[in-house]
Ligand binder design. Structure first.
Ligand code: ZN
Length: 375
């Protein structure tokens, strides 16, 4: 392990420089031409580090995804990185990469350009030192994680089915690793009522807004903190004018669940909601967009291996469950031993405070490289 660490410590300034370059390239999920630039830049860096490009998954609407291979073996380790960010076009110009007291700031630093960089440099270490992992390494660089991976999901699942392990480079808080994540459901509710003059003949109308108000109560009442289940109506709209009984209303709903069983049960509950008011029509559409990443024994066993290495590198760690989803949810739901939070140490994902601690970049890359060698 010491030769891996020595090599990576010597790469600190190269890591900082490449991170600056990557952060200064915008990569908003919804701008294909821009996020494609980031994808090509990232893919090129991996090619230079020794991978072979297996497939470019060309996409008509979102950015292209890449699958790359390194080494040989009948078994494989899947390593997941995404290069899109939640930040709008022009954010990198407004707020370019800066370093202050050893902390790197900028859009996408923590989520997850520094994580992808860690995966790249772990690979460089293996390649430079001529170390041969027991398993073939399969890297997937994807472009639509921040919108729940509509186009990369089937690709990740197909690759996941072939994999013995899955390692995900999302960021880490205080050196913790992620061994479980909540699943996510997304739903839209459309209510059709009946318009009427609110002053002249209100009794002839049926208010979609009143119906919605009752549905919101029913939905929020499904939240059960003891089970880690939350239901949130996050967006509502409806009505025409103050003096019209509202003919329509709608809502967008977010569901979070911890277990597969609750995912099915609560999805069913939400989809089968019935109207309270006579004369109202209710339509609920939606599904589970990310199945729960449950804390299985296999995931914990993988964590224990990583923990040992992290401690040997002077980084005590623990495992945690996250309320947010990642692409690790897809592989974990398939039963593939999955470990997430192997990326950068920092915080502030999706916030202006987003940052990474630069001095840990080489050590985190050493952790990943050593973990790959021990699996
Ligand atoms: Zn991310």
């Amino acid at each position: 392990m010491s030769q891996i660490l020595d090599y990576l410590q010597s790469q600190q300034s190269a890591m900082n420089e490449m991170l600056a370059q990557w952060v200064n390239q915008d990569s908003p999920t919804y701008h294909k031409d821009v996020v494609d630039k980031m994808g090509q830049m990232t893919m090129q860096a991996f090619l230079e580090a020794g991978v072979t490009l297996a497939t470019t998954h060309t996409q008509p609407k979102y950015g292209d995804h890449y699958t790359m291979h390194y080494g040989e073996g009948g078994s494989q380790i899947l390593i997941l990185c995404h290069f899109d960010t939640v930040w709008a076009l022009g954010e990198a110009t407004r707020r370019p990469f800066t370093i202050e007291n050893g902390i790197g700031y900028g859009p996408g630093t923590y989520d997850m350009k520094a994580g992808t960089l860690i995966a790249l440099f772990a690979l460089k270490a293996l390649h430079h030192l001529g170390l041969k992992p027991r398993h073939k390494l399969v890297y997937m660089l994807t472009a639509d994680e921040e919108i729940s991976s509509p186009t990369s999901r089937p690709l990740i699942e197909a690759e996941g089915r072939q994999s013995n392990y899955c390692l995900v480079l999302e960021g880490s808080v205080n050196h913790s690793m992620t061994t479980a994540r909540k699943g996510i459901g997304r739903f839209t509710m459309h209510i059709t009522g009946k318009a009427a003059h609110a002053g002249v003949e209100p009794q002839k109308g049926v208010s979609a807004i009143e119906e919605l108000a009752r549905q919101i109560q029913a939905l929020h009442a499904m939240t059960d903190h003891t089970k880690g289940v939350t239901v949130n109506v996050g967006v509502i709209s409806g009505g025409e004018r103050p003096n019209i009984v509202a003919p329509h209303a709608s809502a967008e709903i977010d569901l979070r669940i911890v277990t597969q069983a609750d995912a099915k049960a609560y999805c069913q509950k939400i989809l089968s909601l019935q109207p309270f008011l006579e004369g109202c029509q209710l339509e609920v559409l939606g599904s589970i967009t990310r199945w729960p990443f449950e804390e299985t024994e296999a995931n914990l066993a993988l964590f224990e291996q990583a923990k040992l290495i992290s401690e040997q590198l002077g980084m005590p760690t623990n495992h945690r469950q996250s309320g947010g989803g990642s692409d690790g949810n897809f592989t974990a739901a398939l039963g593939v031993p999955t470990l997430d939070g192997l990326g950068a140490i920092g915080g502030g994902a999706h916030a202006l405070t987003e940052h990474v601690v630069l001095e840990y970049l080489p050590k985190r890359a050493a952790l990943l490289a050593e973990l790959i060698m021990r699996l």
